[in-house]
Design a protein around this ligand. Structure first.
Ligand code: M6R
Length: 604
């Protein structure tokens, strides 16, 4: 997820591009760049860091009389956030400039082909191949035809905006990454979302997948990639800018919950092929005696699920440690250990310190990180990126589900490397996830069940969350979500632990959330529910869609789509995220910025 802005018209382009980038900064903020057409050709400025750095650098440039330009704010996926990797990217002759959102899956193949033809690459990005490819096909100032020919070779996703030194037209194209075209009076805009252009025009067209628009300041044509001209509806935008940045959702947290189908799709992209799991790192697993997973908060919960995956799939013993505890207990780590550090931000001080401790003792290290180029990503021996896109809400949601998926994928990858067969059912169920999550979210929206439960349960001051097996960490995560954003005290336990103490708390003021999929512990969970009911406790139960028994014990049920055991934590956590969200929101709490918390905990 990055941000694109483009402008052509009668006004000075730079201030428009810059204000658009500032509006899009929530989509990506590790580096940015602008390219404008001057009398000397295409000139650009790029900077690492926030847009303010770019603005600073632009103040020494005289781009006042430039009326066409493209700009980008980046959320790195391929290549660290550096000035060289920042967009725009150019072909070798300086004729073509592009800004791109999305992932070019076959970029390595294309890059090799172009290098063999004598092209020199300057960045580590997948996007740069687009500039060189378009240049290869650019003839007679026909930018449209060059873009179409280039895109014929591309696999993956793109929101793409292209300008050239000699063509009067700009071209934008879309597959998978959103693009909107703004129509003004003798001026045109392109952006990843309308927030960037709303102060200039409210008349917009949305591109669909495999469509492109060719335009100058006065005219445009929307076509499909085969060249057929399409009639496009023009929309009049009525939303405020704030509503739009959040995609129409009230909070970033809610938006990020709803982004999970796309985030999961991006995490899975390119990982499963020919009934196999693919990663491009190579650890000598035969020398590994133990895996230690270390993390904090939500990432620690996904680590707990990872333990089940690695022990089941690799038969290697796994320990999971709070990063803050690990570093201070002089852990017995050797070069035969693989230490996996999980962190959304890649900057959490305790996780970083635990990683350094493990490295100093000779362990091999693997990072599971969302933010490309973050400190943890740079310091580990091997890194796997989540590709979940920026997570802005303090409460982690899509990072959790994508971490769990990556842990499952890595455990299967290790299994293959250890010479064992991977169960194709697990791979099939993984691939079904984006659709299942999307359907489930639709269903929750339609029935309003979770919202209604939230209204009924917001009056309580305490709650227990109970689950077994792989769903015990989901209980912990559900309880953390509730406490951190609604300030309701909540705890997660393995359901069977209840009778060893927590059951003493049960009365009419202690609601209990059960995670009750129909797995091998189902009967036992039913008995636990009976015990709560007998003591007057209120039950909310997450049940399989075809469950018929739990409804005798409680009317407060949330139906979750059925799947296999490995996948159920990913599906089960989503209603718990929503439950916490709706409870907090109905209590009037600023969900994205709950009290005392920060998104990235860079202090001990
Ligand atoms: O960026 P990290 O994954 O390292 O962050 C770890 C925790 O600080 C984080 O998960 C925190 O617990 C969240 N607020 C949970 O929603």
């Amino acid at each position: 997820m990055c941000g694109i802005v483009g402008y052509i018209g009668k006004k000075s382009a730079c201030p428009i591009l810059l204000s658009g980038l500032k509006r899009l900064e929530y989509r990506g903020y590790d580096s940015s760049g602008i390219c404008v057409k001057t009398k000397f050709g295409l000139e650009y400025v790029k900077r690492k860091g926030r847009i303010l750095e770019l603005e600073d650098a632009l103040s020494s440039k005289n781009f006042k009389n430039c009326f066409v330009g493209i700009a980008h704010t980046r959320w790195a996926t391929h290549g660290e956030p550096t000035e060289v990797n920042a967009h725009p990217h150019f072909d070798s002759t300086g004729e073509i400039a592009i800004v791109h959102n999305g992932i070019i899956e076959n970029y390595m193949t294309l890059k090799k082909m172009l290098i063999a033809e004598g092209i020199k690459f300057v960045s580590e990005t997948d996007s740069e191949v687009l500039a060189h490819l378009i240049s290869k096909f650019y003839e007679d100032c026909n930018l449209e035809s060059a873009v179409v020919k280039a895109l014929e070779l591309v696999e993956g996703t793109f929101g793409l905006l292209v300008m050239s030194k000699t063509s009067e037209k700009l071209v934008a194209a879309r597959r998978g990454s959103p693009l909107v075209v703004g129509i003004g009076e003798d001026e045109m805009f392109v952006s990843s979302d309308v927030s960037a252009i709303l102060e200039y025009t409210r008349r917009v067209m949305y591109l669909n997948d495999d469509e492109l628009v060719v335009f100058d300041a006065h005219s445009y044509a929307v076509k499909n990639l085969k060249g057929a001209v399409l009639g496009k509806k023009i929309h009049e935008i009525k939303w405020s800018i704030d509503q739009i940045e959040k995609g129409g959702y009230k909070h970033f947290m809610l938006k990020e919950i709803y982004e999970q189908p796309t985030a999961i799709e991006n995490t899975l992209r390119g990982r499963i092929k020919d009934n196999k799991v693919w990663f491009d790192f190579n650890i000598d697993l035969f020398g590994i005696r133990r895996i230690i997973i270390t993390a904090c908060g939500t990432s620690w919960h996904s680590a707990l699920i990872g333990k089940y995956y690695f022990e089941r799939n690799c038969e290697i013993p796994v320990e999971v440690d709070y990063a803050s505890e690990f570093r201070y207990r002089n852990p017995l780590v050797t070069e035969n250990d693989l230490v996996i550090a999980i962190s959304q931000s890649g900057e959490t001080a305790d996780t970083l310190a635990a990683l350094r401790e493990a490295k100093s003792k000779g362990a091999k290290t693997l990072g599971l990180v969302n933010v490309v180029g973050s400190t943890i990503a740079r310091e580990v021996d091997y890194v796997v990126y989540l590709h979940a896109g920026p997570e802005i809400g303090v409460a982690s949601t899509k990072a959790f589900t994508t971490q769990v998926i990556d842990l499952l994928l890595i455990s299967l990858f290790f299994r293959q490397r250890l010479g064992k067969k991977v169960d194709s059912l697990v791979l099939e169920e993984l691939q079904l996830l984006p659709e299942k999550v999307s359907l489930m979210l639709e269903q929750f929206e339609k029935t309003g069940t979770i919202k209604k439960l939230a209204e009924d349960f917001k009056k309580y001051s305490n709650a227990l969350y109970l689950g077994r097996g792989m769903n015990f960490p989901v209980a912990l995560e559900g309880a953390l979500k509730l406490k951190e954003i609604s300030y309701i005290h909540s705890e997660g336990y393995p359901a069977a632990e209840m009778k060893h103490g927590p059951i003493a708390l049960i009365d009419k003021d202690m609601p209990v959330v059960f995670i009750a999929p129909q797995d091998h512990t189902y009967e036992k969970i039913l008995s636990n529910m009976e015990e709560i009911k007998a003591r007057g406790g209120e039950i909310i139960a997450l049940i399989d869609e075809n469950d018929s028994l739990v409804s005798h014990l409680t009317k407060n049920t949330i139906s979750v789509m059925s799947s296999i055991e490995e996948i159920s934590p990913i599906l089960d956590v989503i209603p718990l995220q929503l439950l916490a969200y709706y409870i907090a929101d109905s209590k009037g709490i600023d969900v994205d910025k709950p009290r005392n918390l920060a998104k990235s905990v860079t202090v001990e």
